[in-house]
Design a protein around this ligand. Structure first.
Ligand code: E4P
Length: 212
C-alpha cells in the first residue's frame, strides 16, 4: 500500500518525508486555503520535495473550465495529478484528461458506483472518503472492501486511494483489505509509530544500561 500525506503544509511534508514512509501528497482546496502565501508557489515547492504523485484539485465545476485549470496545473510540475470531484462534469473531465495522458484522482467519492464510473472514465486514482462516511453513521471501510472486489472482478487498473483517514485503525483495515494507496494526515502517520510497550521496553533497556 502506497502512503501519501494528506497535507499542503511544507513543514509537515518534510517531517513525514524524513521518516521515509511517504510516496506522494494529496492536497485539497481546504488544505491549500489554510496555508499562507501564493498557492502555486506552495504546490511547486511540494512537487520539488516529493518525487511521487501530488494531487491538486480543480476549483471549476464545469468541464471546459476544469480542463483549462488542469492545463495550467500540469505546467507546474510533471508529478501533478489532477484531482477532480466525481460529478457529471467531473467524469467528462477525467475522460478528456485520460485521453490526453494526464493522471487524475477522482475525489469526493462516497459510493462504489461513483468509483466504478470514474474508473471507466480512466481515473488513475479514486478517493473514497472513509472518515466522512463514518461521520454520517455508515461503515466507510466497506467501500474499500467493495472496490477491491469490483476492480478485481473487471481487472480495472484504477488505484483505490483510501482518503479521509482519521486513525490508525483505518490505516490497518485499509492495508488488510488491500487498498492500493492511502492518504493520511501527519498526526495519523506519527500515531502509527506509537505503542505503549515500545515506550515501556525502551525505558527499561535504558534503565538497565544505566546500572551497568
Ligand atoms: C483526500 O484526498 C482529501 O484531501 C482528504 O482525505 C479529506 O479528508 P477529511 O475528511 O479529513 O477532510
Amino acid at each position: 500500500m502506497k502512503i501519501f500525506l494528506d497535507s499542503a503544509n511544507i513543514e509537515q511534508i518534510r517531517q513525514a518525508k524524513a521518516l521515509g514512509a511517504i510516496e506522494g501528497v494529496t492536497t485539497n482546496p481546504s488544505l491549500l486555503a489554510k496555508e499562507k502565501g501564493d498557492w502555486k508557489k506552495i504546490v511547486r515547492q511540494i512537487c520539488k520535495e516529493i518525487e511521487g504523485p501530488v494531487s491538486v484539485e480543480v476549483i471549476a465545476t464545469e468541464s471546459a473550465a476544469m480542463l483549462a485549470e488542469a492545463r495550467d496545473l500540469v505546467k507546474i510540475a510533471p508529478n501533478i495529478v489532477i484531482k477532480v470531484p466525481i460529478t457529471i462534469e467531473g467524469l467528462k473531465t477525467i475522460k478528456e484528461l485520460h485521453e490526453r495522458g494526464i493522471e487524475t484522482n477522482a475525489t469526493l467519492v462516497f459510493s462504489a458506483n461513483q468509483a466504478l464510473l470514474a474508473a471507466k472514465a480512466g481515473a488513475t486514482f479514486v478517493s473514497p472518503f472513509i472518515g466522512r462516511l463514518d461521520d454520517v453513521g455508515q461503515d466507510g471501510m466497506q467501500i474499500i472492501q467493495d472496490l477491491v472486489t469490483i476492480f478485481r472482478n473487471y481487472e480495472l487498473s484504477t488505484q483505490i486511494l483510501a482518503a479521509s483517514i482519521r486513525h490508525s485503525s483505518h490505516f490497518h483495515q485499509a492495508a488488510l483489505i488491500g487498498a492500493d494507496a492511502i492518504t493520511i494526515p501527519l498526526d495519523v502517520l506519527l500515531g502509527l509509530t506509537k505503542h505503549p510497550l515500545t515506550d515501556i521496553g525502551l525505558a527499561k533497556f535504558l534503565a538497565d544500561w544505566a546500572k551497568k
